[in-house]
Design a protein around this ligand. Structure first.
Ligand code: 5GP
Ligand code: ZN
Length: 118
């Protein structure tokens, strides 16, 4: 029987059932460009496993290892692509300040793109 397609957009991207090009892929994480960049380069690193948010991480070795790996992958990409050395930032948005409920690390190469709301 065919497997149901996950409704989660990041599960679809991680599972390559979506046309988003991957910048990095291994058995634990994938990385790709944010569709609506907030910086000169804006990448997302997401676990292949569907973990909803940072609030679902636990104080256990497995999760420390996963988060370290996400940061390492993001840092490797930004070291390659940032226009100036060390001009990059990382961040997780914690609910309710996130919009996609699949854990993702924002990886920014500066400068940020200013956005003003009137
Ligand atoms: P959050 O606010 O949840 O921390 O950030 C979610 C990010 O995912 C946003 O920066 C948004 O632009 C990005 N995003 C949402 N949907 C898609 C998508 O379908 N493809 C890509 N590449 N990025 C997405
Ligand atoms: Zn997912």
């Amino acid at each position: 029987m065919a497997r149901a397609i996950s409704p989660c957009i990041f599960c679809q991207i991680a599972g390559s059932s979506n046309s988003t090009p991957l910048l990095h892929s291994d058995d634990k994480v994938v990385a790709f460009k944010d569709i609506n960049p907030s910086a000169f380069r804006h990448y997302l690193v997401v676990p292949v496993e569907h973990i909803p948010t940072v609030n679902d991480l636990q104080r256990r070795n497995e999760d420390y290892t996963l988060v370290s790996h996400m940061i390492n992958v993001g840092e490797t990409l930004l070291r390659r692509d940032a226009p100036q050395p060390n001009q990059y930032r990382f961040g997780f948005h914690q609910p309710p300040f996130n919009s996609v409920d699949h854990l993702h690390l924002h990886c920014f190469a500066l400068p940020f793109i200013p956005r003003w709301k009137q």
